[in-house]
Design a protein around this ligand. Structure first.
Ligand code: ZN
Length: 80
């Protein structure tokens, strides 16, 4: 049984973006232990995982940073 058509669905499935019918089909297929698909799902899971963890350059706005620092120093130094 060919399952090439499932290839692009794994990422969607893992992200929960697949239709109910689609995910049912996929799970049914995986339930049959198709080694090709199990390998692909593992690959897709890795991709999704890496995408989720992709480092985003976060640079706090200078004013936000200054405010944060003020908050911190106010908390750590006794106000006398
Ligand atoms: Zn398969």
């Amino acid at each position: 049984m060919g399952c090439q058509h499932l290839e692009e669905l794994y990422e969607l499935w893992l992200l929960g973006a697949l239709s109910e019918q689609g995910s049912l089909d996929l799970r049914d297929h995986l339930g049959r232990g198709c080694p090709q698909c199990l390998a692909r799902v593992r690959e897709a899971a890795e991709t999704v995982y890496l995408l989720g963890l992709a480092p985003k350059p976060v640079r706090p706005h200078p004013r936000v940073k200054a405010e944060l620092l003020r908050h911190i120093s106010r908390k750590t130094t006794p106000n006398r």
